[in-house]
Ligand binder design. Sequence first.
Ligand code: G3P
Length: 219
Amino acid sequence: MKFFVDTAEIKEIEALAATGLLDGVTTNPSLVAKSGRKFMDVLKDICAVVKGPVSAEVTATDHKAMLAEGRKLAKVADNITVKVPLTPDGLKTCKVLSSEGTMVNVTLCFSAAQAILAAKAGASFISPFVGRLDDVGSDGMALIADICTIYRQYESFKTEVLVASIRGPMHVVAAAKLGAHVSTMPPSVLWQMFKHPLTENGLAAFLADWKKTGQSILD
Ligand code: G3P
């Protein structure tokens, strides 16, 4: 499973990239607004740090303007993945950009029917929002199971399932059990995945015992 981080904060991205475990980045208009920075500057900074896919979302809603925005975003770096919403205009734009060799991430997916449309439109990634479905009393992970099952039926579907709107490590674990290709998560969730109290307690005990020996491995 690939790990993407869902943020526009360059310091957070740099810290996670340094772990060697970060495969890509996703942003959205809300995250860019939160950063308080210019979108193009944010994208250039991220692409200088991360070589994997970096999602940049269009903000136009009609096909012609979406296409113009998508083409401009794609010029920022080779690893830019243009993000379009799951609307008829968004999928029309997906089809054109994909045929031009640009990676496209279709976002705001809340049903298996929508995911089928995105695959037919040649999306590189489909982003079902599990947390937002859970928030309204639906089962976000059941949607991931459905999409993974459907995509496996058709060799012609090359779209990767990018599990989005992740709220905690157990969403990542559940998505991995289903064979989803990618999880995108807030930086705090990725850091949380490292943690277990038994790891911390065990390490403290090992280090205390080692100190008693008076040895150093590098001496
Ligand atoms: O970027 C798309 C998605 O991950 C947003 O998540 O937490 O705003 O529901 P959230």
